[in-house]
Structure formats: structure tokens, C-alpha cells
Design a protein around this ligand. Structure first.
Ligand code: GAL
Length: 473
């Protein structure tokens, strides 16, 4: 490569999510969401029974976050709306003006600073009232979400031009409604994940259509969904069984959502046939994987204006022996992802450092989904507690990863338009509470004013952003 320069107008950002940073869980009329309920139940659902009640305090300390954004020189900031802060019972029956005011202040201040907002409508924190009506397992939620999206476009769409409907439906569906380790903790093995995902895909598609039909001409914005994926490679590249397992691994993850939305409105054929076959063997009269009607397929196909990818790591894959397994989306996949022993591990055991996996995944997306514009909407490295302010390992990860992004752009012709670090701040890392730190800024959770301090990575990232260039030796 001739230089470390990124293309002109490359979007440089950082990401956060409402429940992970805001706190103010019952402030000013906010309704409870499933994570409020889940964490308040205790019972070690979260490490040390920690909650997001206070988190980084961003509901009141949002100006401190703006200072961090400014210090990094970001061009873009991705954050999520707390649905139940805006609509306490999830519906437009009652609008919480204080919640609207909060996001108006945030959006207006970002724009005044010259920072473009990228807003996620739903990042794991479903209003409890919507969950009480069945949550994502219920078809009703599809239209409730559509109305929420419409409300957000109406209220904020004069200024917000980049919308993400749902963050990581793969995790939102499976962890919340299959394994039950995420709120609301439903354990419907082999069924819940598929059903929730089915409704999420429809909800996303309807929210896209509402924008496209009623807002796009006037507001000139764009709508997408954030999909997460590992990159996967066969453990033994010469083994057919490993190669097939690797394909299943990708089909049951990225393609589960990306095929319907970016290709043909339907699930991958291999996924349909495996789940249907297994369901028959289990004596069921229909597949555990729900089917889209022809009308729904036509409605879902083509409902993303750009591709949002959350990438963290890579796996080597081999077949999973499923003979003694109960029905589960994992046993349907029949693939096991393994971390190579020589891959460095971050502060969390699932996050092996494999920057080259991102380059391969980007090329795969380019070829599978018609060379879309891609925004990497999350990528980052965790430190365990206590974290080092001189986080040289983390900066190493960022540097190597950005190098792979550059190669993808310059050598592979992938249309990458932006990169968002996860995360702006140390925050509430779901089941791991505050023990896992992904921030570019350290947050001292022991102090009442929750001070933010830049890690070494923040200072280095700011240089890259400023020069639009990766200086490497
Ligand atoms: C993603 C999620 C984020 C954050 C990150 C790090 O799956 O969208 O909320 O927790 O992982 O684990």
C-alpha cells in the first residue's frame, strides 16, 4: 500500500448504547425496560448483581461525553435511544417529553460540534411493558416497533440522518429468548431465538418501509440494521467436514439476517432444510424455524441502505457432535468455533485478537451482498479490571485492525465508509457488569462524579482521526 491514508470523508466514530451508559433508570418519567427488571431481580444474573441504574451517568453527565468526543475529534457518534425513556410503556400512547428533551439536547450539541449522529433505535433494552405483552416472541411487537420508529423519525429525523433499527439481532434473539442469559431471561431452547429473530427481521423491515415511504424524500436519511459476526475458517482447511461446518457457522449467524435483508427476503436454504429436518425427527409437525410468507419476503428484501457490521473476533470451526444434544440453535448449526492457542486473548476470554479476520469478513460481505457500503459500527478490545491507563495492548489491536480495514479498502476494493470503536467509555458490559472495560475513556465507577480519563488508546486514536491516516512502522 502506498500510504496509510483513509479515503476522504471516511467516518470516524465511537459507539455506545443507552442502557450501558445512561443510568437515570427511573429519572424524569422513564419507564422500566427488561434490563432494569432483570438486573433488579438479582440472583447473579449479572456479575456481583451490578445494574445499569447509574452506569456512566450519561443521562446527567452527557456533556462530559461530548468532551470525550471532542477530544477524539470524531466525525460521527453512534448511540442508542432508550425506548422506554421516550415512550415509557413502549407505545406512542404516552410520550415522555423529558426523554425527548434529553435526546434533543444531545443531538443538537453533537451537530453544533460538527459531529454526525448515528442512532440505534433498539440496543437490547425492550420496554418492560412491551415484554409483558410477549416481547419479541409476539407478532404484536412488530407493529409496536414500527410505531416507535415512526415516532423517532418524526421527532428527530430533521436532524438524524443515519438510523440503525436493531443492534445485533443474533444476540438479542438468542441470548434473550433461547439461552436466557440476557434480559428478559427466557429459556425457550430451539424455539425462542428463531421466533424472536423472525419478529425482529419483520420489525426492522417495516421500520425501513415507513422511512422509505413517508420520510426519505423530505429527510434524505438512511436506515439499516447492525449485524454482528465472527469470521470463521475451517479448523483443518483440507477437511470437507470442517469446511461444511464453517459454512453452517456463517449461515446460522451472519446470513440468518443478512440473506433476508440484503438478498431475497428469506432465510438461507441450508438453514431452512436443517431445522425442518431436525424438527421432523423430533416429531414436530412444523419446523422450529418460522417461515416468511411470499408477501413478507417481498417486504423484507432490500431493506437496508448500507451495511452495519459489528466485528470482534474469529473462530476456527469443526463439526459439533449433536447426537446427545437437546434442540437448540447451536445443535442445529452443528458447528463448534475454536480459538487457536496462539491467538492473543484480550481481557475477556471470548475475544481473541484476530485482526486479519475482519479483512476476510469484509471481502465476504462485499461478494455475498452486492458490494454494499459498509460501516464497521462496533469493534474493540476489552481490558479486565483493574485496567491499565497505558493500554498498549489495546492500541496494538486497534492499529492492526485499522491496517486490515485499510487493506480491505485499498487492496480488496471493499466499500468501507466508516469505523466506530466500541466503546467511547467504559460501561456496563451486560452480564459482566463493570468488570470488563471496552472504553477509549476510563470511567472511575467508585467516584460519585464518574470521572472520564483518556486511555493511551484514546490519544492515539485521536491522531488517526485527525490525520485520517494510520501511521505505522
Ligand atoms: C456487542 C454489543 C455491545 C457491547 C459489545 C462488547 O455485542 O452490541 O453492547 O457489549 O458487544 O461485548
Amino acid at each position: 500500500m502506498d500510504s496509510g491514508k483513509f479515503p476522504g470523508s471516511f467516518a470516524w466514530g465511537a459507539s455506545t448504547a443507552a442502557y450501558q451508559i445512561e443510568g437515570g433508570w427511573d429519572a424524569d418519567g422513564k419507564g422500566p425496560n427488561v434490563w432494569d427488571t432483570f438486573t433488579h431481580q438479582g440472583g447473579d444474573r449479572v456479575l456481583k448483581n451490578q445494574t445499569g441504574d447509574v452506569a456512566c451517568g450519561s443521562y446527567t453527565l452527557w456533556e462530559e461525553d461530548l468532551k470525550c468526543i471532542k477530544q477524539l475529534g470524531l466525525t460521527h457518534y453512534r448511540f442508542s435511544f432508550s425506548w422506554s425513556r421516550l415512550l415509557p410503556d413502549g407505545t406512542t400512547g404516552f410520550i415522555n417529553q423529558k426523554g425527548v428533551d434529553y435526546y434533543n439536547k444531545l443531538i443538537d450539541s453533537l451537530l453544533e460540534m460538527g459531529v454526525t449522529p448515528l442512532v440505534t433505535l433498539y440496543h437490547f433494552d425492550l420496554p418492560q411493558a412491551v415484554e409483558d405483552q410477549g416481547g419479541w416472541l409476539s407478532e404484536k411487537t412488530v407493529d409496536i416497533f414500527k410505531q416507535y420508529a415512526q415516532f423517532c423519525y418524526t421527532t428527530f429525523g430533521d436532524r438524524v440522518k443515519h438510523w440503525i433499527t436493531i443492534n445485533e439481532p443474533y444476540y438479542a434473539a438468542r441470548l434473550s429468548y433461547e439461552s436466557g442469559i440476557f434480559a428478559p431471561g427466557k429459556k425457550l431452547k430451539g424455539i425462542g431465538g428463531y421466533r424472536a429473530a423472525h419478529n425482529m427481521i419483520k420489525a426492522h423491515a417495516k421500520a425501513w418501509h415507513v422511512y422509505n415511504t413517508f420520510f426519505k424524500d423530505k429527510q434524505q436519511g438512511r436506515v439499516s440494521i447492525a449485524l454482528d459476526s465472527d469470521w470463521a475458517e475451517p479448523l483443518d482447511p483440507n477437511s470437507l467436514a470442517d469446511k461444511e461446518a464453517t459454512e453452517r457457522y456463517m449461515f446460522f449467524r451472519l446470513h440468518w439476517f443478512a440473506n433476508p435483508i440484503f438478498i431475497d427476503g428469506d432465510y438461507p436454504a441450508i438453514m431452512k432444510s436443517i431445522v425442518s429436518q431436525k424438527s421432523k425427527e423430533e416429531g414436530l409437525t412444523s419446523s422450529r424455524l418460522p417461515e416468511f410468507t411470499e408477501e413478507e419476503k417481498a417486504m423484507i428484501k432490500g431493506t437496508a441502505d448500507f451495511f452495519c457490521l459489528n466485528y470482534y473476533t474469529t473462530r476456527k470451526v469443526k463439526p459439533l457432535d449433536t447426537t446427545a444434544c437437546e434442540p437448540h440453535s447451536n445443535s442445529d448449526t452443528g458447528a463448534e468455533g475454536i480459538t487457536e492457542p496462539n491467538w492473543p486473548i484480550s481481557g475477556v476470554e471470548w475475544l481473541a485478537v484476530v485482526p486479519w479476520g475482519l479483512r476476510r469478513l469484509l471481502a465476504h460481505i462485499k461478494h455475498s451482498f452486492g458490494n454494499p457500503e459498509i460501516f464497521i459500527t462496533e469493534n474493540g478490545f476489552a481490558q479486565a479490571d483493574p485496567p491499565a491507563l497505558q493500554d498498549v495492548h489495546r492500541w496494538g489491536y486497534y492499529q492492526e485492525t485499522l491496517m486490515e480495514v485499510l487493506k480491505a479498502i485499498k487492496l480488496d476494493g471493499v466499500n468501507v465508509k466508516g469505523y466506530f470503536a466500541w466503546s467511547l467509555l467504559d460501561n456496563f458490559e451486560w452480564n459482566s457488569g463493570y468488570s470488563v472495560r471496552f472504553g477509549l475513556f476510563h470511567v472511575d465507577f467508585a467516584q460519585a462524579n464518574l470521572p472520564r480519563t483518556p486511555y493511551y488508546s484514546a490519544n492515539e486514536y485521536a491522531k488517526v482521526v485527525k490525520g485520517n491516516e494510520l501511521i505505522y512502522k
